[in-house]
Design a protein around this ligand. Structure first.
Ligand code: HEM
Length: 204
């Protein structure tokens, strides 16, 4: 006979496993159906089977594909998210009057989270939009990354990204244009068909 303690443990384990599956399903839904669809757009979302199924099971799993992330993805591509980051975060108390705080003033300073700030912040995060993915990044990341309270400036995340690309042997941008789109770029003016002219001028 199982003791009551063991029965309770098994019961909690089963409930836990069940809840875990629900949380996984929710995160999958948000990541694949909502976030990725916005990031890659409806065409690639459909083409690369990124949408979750309405019913049934995914059967296209291919055990011959190496699931490891490619160097280019972590060292360059997915860092696009740095451009979507906000420089200030909204906090909404239950009374509903929002306030905000700057990211640059809060590196290494999470202590409010232990003093009731979490609820305000979660409400703010649910309300605040991310920025558009473009070629601009907030100065909280370009001039004040990891700024300590008494310092007047911090690090530059974009400079770190570029340097990290070099550390990882990421090839020049034009090499990827050639490999993926078969576009050959040999001068700045060739870039004009790929991006706004103001951006080409900045590169130049
Ligand atoms: C306030 C917001 C953020 C801050 C302060 C931040 C900061 C950082 C820092 C310090 C690194 C390490 C850089 C290095 O040493 O190479 C990093 C790496 C990275 N970040 Fe962010 N980041 C933020 C938001 C995001 C977002 C929104 C995304 C994507 C949606 C993102 C994607 C990445 C990726 C893919 C890496 C490389 C990870 C790896 O290679 O292991 N970051 N970030």
């Amino acid at each position: 006979m199982l003791s009551d303690n063991i029965k309770v443990s098994i019961y909690l384990l089963l409930v836990g496993c069940f809840l875990r599956r629900i949380v996984i399903a929710e995160i999958q839904m948000i990541t694949y159906n909502e976030f990725l669809r916005l990031v890659v757009g409806p065409y690639y979302h459909q083409r690369f089977l990124l949408r979750t199924l309405r019913d049934g099971f995914f059967t296209a799993y291919n055990s011959n594909i190496n699931p490891a992330m490619i160097n280019e993805f972590t060292s360059a591509c997915f860092r696009f998210g740095h451009s979507t980051s906000q420089g200030s975060f909204t906090e909404i108390p239950s009374s509903g009057n929002p306030t905000s705080f700057k990211l640059q003033n809060n590196f290494f300073h999470p202590f409010g989270l232990y003093q009731g700030q979490t609820e305000l912040l979660v409400r703010g995060l649910a309300d605040q939009l991310a920025q558009k993915s473009d070629n601009f990044v907030v100065e909280d990341l370009t001039n004040y990354l990891f700024r300590k309270m008494d310092d007047s400036f911090g690090l530059d995340l974009m400079a770190i990204n570029v340097q990290r690309g070099r550390d990882h042997g990421i090839r020049p941008y034009v090499d990827y244009l050639r490999a993926i789109f078969n576009v050959r770029v040999t001068s700045f003016s060739n870039l004009r068909s790929l991006m706004p002219v103001t951006v080409v001028q900045k590169f130049e």
